[in-house]
Design a protein around this ligand. Structure first.
Ligand code: MLT
Length: 264
């Protein structure tokens, strides 16, 4: 358990918990924090969480595991007096949302899976994560991530060509990550199980969103998740890449509002 889980919060309506991608923080959800509560603030209570080691949340001393992050979210809900929430995650945040669906299904009123996948890592992907973890710790720097992931493949080619300010914002967000958190999260993601079985048993409305230009978890991964979920809407966002909530916030928020309506 980690002592304090840092959260950015806006609005007062249906609880919506948002879990960020790797190696970012709750800051990536600013367009959702700004817009989803609606003009009177009463449509959604948006809680954007800093996962362990990122943003304002401390690392703790536990061995790397996404299950711990799911337990952190369940604890956060308990402390906030929220019985059930729509829980949404993008990429790594989606893996955590699926771990939450496995371990604490009674906490969910809806599930949002954005630019993520339900399969486990291949051996090659695990080896690559260990390479990154070891390198950032050895160099005490996340510069390697900037070189390998920013602006592509984290952002889609349309965003890279048309939105230089967003590219800079992303670069600053990645720079804020600590090497320890990056290594811990890489090792936790490497150890995650497949979750298609959990999705097939899902008893709440779900939304699967993916940027059409997502090169990390492409449209096929989203289709595979949507194919097994009993009550699901799949939205493919044009001209957006892996960080679809940042790259195309209006379309992303429109899709999430649809999920909130189905839940209500
Ligand atoms: C993310 O955006 O969270 C990562 O690309 C997920 C991953 O490395 O599998």
């Amino acid at each position: 358990m980690t002592d304090r889980i840092s959260v950015r919060e806006t609005g007062t309506g249906t609880p919506l918990v948002l879990l960020h991608a790797f190696p970012l923080s709750s800051r990536m959800w600013q367009p959702q924090l700004d817009e989803l509560p609606g003009s009177d603030g009463g449509e959604a209570r948006v809680l954007a969480v800093d996962l362990r080691g990122f943003g304002g949340t401390g690392s703790g001393t536990d061995e790397p595991s996404l299950d711990l992050l799911a337990d952190d979210v369940a604890l956060l809900l308990e402390r906030a007096g929220i019985e059930r929430a729509v829980v949404g995650g993008l990429s790594m945040g989606g893996y955590v949302a699926m771990a939450l669906a496995r371990r604490h299904p009674e906490r969910l009123s809806g599930l949002l899976l954005a630019d993520t996948k339900a399969t486990a890592d291949t051996e090659q992907a695990r080896a690559n994560r260990e390479r990154i973890a070891a390198a950032v710790l050895a160099r005490d720097s996340v510069a390697l991530l900037l070189d390998e992931q920013v602006p592509t493949p984290l952002l889609g080619p349309t965003t890279v060509a048309e939105r230089p300010k967003l590219v800079e914002r992303l670069r600053r967000m990645v720079e804020e990550a600590s090497p320890q958190a990056v290594a811990w999260a890489q090792r936790a993601m490497a150890a995650r199980p497949a979750s298609l079985d959990v999705l097939a048993e899902l008893a709440v409305p779900a939304l699967v969103v993916v940027g059409e230009e997502d090169a990390i978890t492409p449209v096929g991964d989203a289709e595979a998740m949507a194919a097994v979920i009993p009550d699901v809407v799949l939205t493919v966002i044009p001209a957006a890449g892996h960080l679809s909530s940042l790259e195309a916030p209006d379309t992303f928020n429109w899709a999430v509002r649809g999920l909130l309506e189905r839940v209500r």
